[in-house]
Design a protein around this ligand. Structure first.
Ligand code: GLU
Length: 415
């Protein structure tokens, strides 16, 4: 998944932002380490009757602004440092969109694609049996992430409520609507990203009705394909990829049919009328907008110099390596950084928590309007920091988020 340590990158970013903000040493140190980490072994009964042991993690990176918030990933290449980095970025992400939340992340080192539904349910319930005392509506609220989904959250919530012997749906977000989920959560990450692209186009004069490409066609990628047309009034989707391959069509795909094909066959490959292309070629196509929506480190020193997109809207967490970032900046590519571009998901997660607390649910239109307002404000706040401090957007987003977290730590008397 990665050839180097994402957490070291996250720590370097903190030092860079701390310099700009003139943070004292204690604050910088405090922000450079997770506040709490839980590492555990999960013993799970598999379909063959044998027990298998998995490594699990939950990290509450910083809770100065509110309870920890962030997803749980199931991935074979999971490491504690990946989770640390992602928990750290969640902290700045919730702060950039000004949510009253901290940051966290969890994960299990497993290969979900080779596991049955029952094995995944056993694993999810065991994860909660282990971590239940340390999470809660006012402590730490997990959500889905890579290879977990609303069904995973429903199992986890059910296990948690059984242990606690009461109803507490708000302890997990992105649940199915039938069990306390909110309207508008499933497309929230993509919607947030497309809203930031809309603002960038208005402000900087890019044209969203030209060509675009999507790397990764999971939930975020699929929704971005549909929403780019819907919210930006056009655009030609000329290339998409998933873990099985990349496809290209110079005339543009019908996004709806492509999503249907993916849902039916499990992959985008073999879509009628498409041409197979190498993965790397997708990233290097001449497009107005490129959405990286897969895993970390997709844009690296190996391909950054060939990227021709005008806007890179990071729907994935950490898709650009630091070296690649420098190259993109030098080339004048407008990067909308992950902690801003992908903040729509956690924003609507927060709306879900609020609705669960009140046990009163909003309609989809209200969710969309409130999300739009949050992401539009955040985009412009980050742009102001770009202009004020003459820094690139990723650092500007860090500066905005880190300043808010540092202030909360100071007000609490931690530093
Ligand atoms: N996993 C998503 C993210 O990385 C959502 C987190 C959440 O809703 O808590 O932003």
């Amino acid at each position: 998944m990665e050839s180097y340590n994402s957490f070291k990158t996250a720590q370097r970013q903190i030092i860079e932002a701390a310099k700009i903000l003139n943070l004292d040493e204690a604050t910088t140190q405090l922000l450079s380490e997770p506040q709490k980490e839980f590492n555990f072994s999960l013993h799970v009964k598999m379909d063959n009757g044998k027990v298998k042991i998995f490594k699990g993690y939950r990290i509450q990176y910083n809770i100065a602004r509110g309870p920890a918030k962030g997803g749980i990933r199931y991935h074979p290449a999971e490491t504690v440092d990946t989770i640390r980095a992602l928990a750290c970025w969640m902290t700045w992400k919730t702060a950039v969109v000004d949510l009253p939340l901290g940051g966290g992340k969890g994960g299990v080192c497993c290969d979900p694609k080779s596991m049955s539904l029952r094995e995944l349910e056993n694993l999810s319930r065991e994860y909660i049996r282990t971590i239940a005392p340390f999470i809660g509506v006012d402590k730490d609220i997990p959500a889905p992430d890579v290879y977990t989904n609303p069904q995973t959250m429903a199992w986890m919530m059910d296990e948690y409520e059984t242990i606690m012997n009461n109803h507490q749906p708000g302890v997990f977000t992105d649940k199915p609507t039938q069990v306390g989920g909110t309207e508008g959560r499933r497309d929230a990450t993509a919607r947030g990203g497309v809203i930031t692209v809309r603002e960038a186009c208005k402000l900087l004069g890019f044209d969203p009705t030209k060509k675009f490409a999507i790397q990764g066609f999971g939930n975020a990628g699929q929704r971005a394909a549909l929403l780019h047309h819907e919210l930006l009034g056009g655009g030609k989707l000329i290339a998409v990829s998933d873990s099985r391959g990349a496809i290209y069509s110079p005339d543009g795909f019908n996004s709806k049919e492509l999503v249907m094909h993916k849902l039916k066959t499990g992959s985008i490959t073999g879509f009628p009328g498409s041409k197979k292309i190498p993965h790397e070629q997708l990233l290097e196509l001449d497009v107005e907008v490129l959405y990286p929506a897969a895993l970390e480190n997709a844009i690296s020193i190996n391909n950054a110099k060939n990227i021709k997109a005008k806007i890179v809207c990071e729907l994935a967490n950490g898709p650009t390596t630091p070296e690649a970032d420098l190259i993109l900046n030098k080339k004048g590519i407008h990067v909308i950084p992950d902690i801003l571009a992908s903040a729509g998901g956690v924003t609507v997660s927060y709306f879900e928590m609020v609705q669960d607390k009140y046990s009163f649910f909003w309609d989809e239109k209200t969710v969309h309007q409130r999300l739009d307002q949050k992401l539009t404000n955040a985009y412009h706040r980050v742009h102001e920091a770009v202009m004020e401090k003459k820094i690139h957007p990723r650092l500007a987003a860090m500066v905005v988020g880190i300043a808010r977290v540092a202030e909360a730590c100071k007000l609490r008397g931690w530093v």
